[in-house]
Design a protein around this ligand. Structure first.
Ligand code: PLP
Length: 573
């Protein structure tokens, strides 16, 4: 709580400093516009028709025409200079067997200096937009700024360098971290069983669905269970949900959404009436950013039909500390540590998708499990041998769960993500987690309010952490979602998620997250409103965007289907 409060104060101060700084520089809009245009005029890559009038967040900036590192290569250049040898030279053949020696003398590797390397990578890094530069309004895919402290914790040498095959006795501190994180996540979800093994959201989904299957096999017996192979999934779901269900041997049946954007209860009842339903996979808030307010009734219907409820917890950023899926009737959930709990999502980096479940499902969780070592006391009760690292092997790996679905990941999962998540939870504290959730929802509602007069908002209900708009009004002028997203780049923002969820035509899904201050929210709203005006007054400007990037509108199909990823010297092409 304190931490979050302090950061809010800090943000406010720096916002004020920023405003003062602009005034100090005499930065009126007209002056800023002039200097920006003069920079534009010397750049050969920027379209001279590019209009600056309502863009406040960015101006065009130095953007190097950087060649590939291979093209910078000059024969004889090197990044080192060694003193002459002061010992006898040993022939290479004496120390490296012939078959392990390269014959090509590293041909075609770039020959560059240290300065070349540093400048090259620094220059191209500046072409990228990053979370450290500003808002990433990607819906259904929390991309939020997270404290550097969590990164620092993940790099503590004792954790980062611990060998995955280290003995239990040597890994007590690491096991304690896992155990503590498990307890916090169990508390946050209201579901006591937990495995941190899954390596991503989709992997957590599959683990959860395999647990449901194993549970039903045990409860009903293999014969009866084989007749219960239907998994219900709403039409708004993320594509990984049906994929996980299918891979786990289920047939997917789709539930319609109502015009309000919620699960259609009548359709759910009808689908549940055939006696073959193993479960429901539901995202809450759903991918339209709406809280499934009938969640308890939904769980009741599925349970009465003999099924279990799986919740896709990718949108937990809207619930942490405020509402617990276990209290709503959910049986099993996955979390995305790489969205909600600090590790940045995106870029294909390692992730972590812990799976949490009810006591009833706990025996089926993957093994091994990290548990507190106990011994029988003289009173006949099991006592922990100690809960602090250093107390003789207080934590242990327990493989003794005969009903377990088995191991789903090598070792214990992606450990760095667990460290970040624990640091995130502890630095926020209970109050801080609630406040972050409330700020995430408030920010999304602020954007919803700011854009509703310019963009079509297909659902009336107040959004949770993300809000969906469509291009319906702009499409009358031939301007579509893709064009709006591209034009947003000119305004200095990463585009929002587009054309998802699939059930909303021309969807623009916007998730600001709690890590954006009011000034940037206002700039984003202003940018979007300005684009809406441009779509009416000057549609070509939007249709041909982006104008300020090094490369204009790409042929995205060709870029995806025929990627050129490998450099060859000119003569070899
Ligand atoms: C709603 C939802 N469910 C599941 C996933 C899958 O998570 P992951 O990308 O970690 O596999 C995502 C991914 O972004 C998502 O948005």
């Amino acid at each position: 709580m304190r931490w979050l409060k302090d950061s809010t104060t800090l943000r406010k101060d720096s916002d004020e400093r920023f405003i003062n700084h602009r005034e100090h520089r005499g930065g009126t809009k007209t002056r800023r516009k002039k200097s920006a245009l003069s920079v534009t005029s010397v750049s050969s890559v920027v379209n001279p028709d590019y209009k600056m009038h309502s863009i406040t967040k960015v101006t065009t900036h130095l953007s190097h025409n950087e060649a590939l590192i291979f093209e910078r290569s000059q024969p004889g250049r090197a990044g080192f200079s060694l003193p002459s040898l002061d010992v006898d030279e040993i022939p290479l053949d004496d120390i490296v067997p012939q078959q392990f020696q390269r014959e090509d003398d590293l041909a075609e590797m770039p020959e560059v200096t240290e300065v070349d390397v540093i400048r090259h990578f620094t220059r191209i890094s500046a072409w990228n937009y990053s979370i450290d530069q500003g808002m990433y309004p990607l819906g259904s895919c929390t991309m939020k700024y997270n404290s550097r402290l969590n990164e620092k914790v993940a790099r503590i040498a004792g954790f980062a360098n611990l060998h995955p095959l280290a003995s239990e006795a040597e890994a007590q501190g690491a096991l304690q971290v896992i155990h503590e994180l498990q307890q916090h996540l169990a508390e946050i979800t209201g579901l006591p069983g937990i495995s941190l093994q899954p390596a991503a959201g989709a992997h957590g989904e599959m683990t959860g669905i395999m647990i449901i299957r194993a549970f039903i096999d045990t409860r009903d017996g293999k014969g009866a269970s084989a007749k219960r192979r239907t998994m219900l999934i709403p039409d708004s779901a993320h594509g990984t949900n049906p994929a996980s269900a299918h891979l786990s041997g289920f047939t997917v049946r789709t539930i319609r959404s109502t015009t309000e954007g919620l699960t259609d209860l009548d359709h759910l009842r009808e689908l549940c009436s055939h006696g073959d339903v193993a479960g429901l996979m539901l995202t809450n808030p759903n991918t339209l950013g709406l809280f499934e307010r009938n969640i308890q009734e939904i769980c009741r219907i599925v349970h009465d039909a003999g099924g279990l409820v799986y919740m896709d917890g990718a949108n937990m950023n809207a619930l942490v500390g405020v509402a617990r899926p276990g209290d709503m009737g959910v049986d099993v959930i996955h979390l995305n540590l790489h969205k909600t709990f600090s590790t940045p999502h995106g870029g294909g980096g390692p992730g972590s998708g812990p799976c949490c479940c009810t006591k009833e499902l706990e025996p089926f969780l993957p093994v091994p499990r990290v548990v507190v070592r106990t011994r029988s006391g003289s009173d006949g009760v099991e006592h922990a041998t100690g809960t602090k690292a250093g107390d003789s092997a207080a934590f242990k790996l327990d493989f003794d769960y005969p009903q377990s679905i088995g191991r789903v990941k090598a070792f214990l999962g992606n450990y760095g993500m667990m460290l970040r998540a624990l640091a995130y939870i502890l630095t926020h504290g209970y109050d801080g987690l609630c406040e972050a959730t409330e700020a995430a929802v408030l920010n999304s509602r602020y954007i919803a309010h700011g854009l509703v007069s310019d963009y079509e908002k297909p659902f009336d209900a107040p959004p949770m952490h993300e809000v969906v708009f469509t291009d319906k009004r702009q499409a009358r002028k031939g301007v579509h979602t893709l064009d709006i997203a591209k034009r947003l780049i000119d305004y200095g923002f990463h585009p929002m998620t587009i054309y998802f969820p699939l059930i909303v035509s021309g969807a623009m899904l916007i998730e600001p997250t709690e890590s954006v201050g009011r000034q940037e929210l206002d700039q984003f709203i202003e940018a979007m409103r300005s684009i809406a005006r441009e779509a009416i007054e000057d549609p070509e400007l939007v249709l041909n965007a982006p104008h300020t990037t090094r490369i204009g509108r790409l042929d995205e199909a060709a870029a995806a289907r025929k990627p050129v990823l490998r450099w060859r010297p000119a003569q070899a092409c």
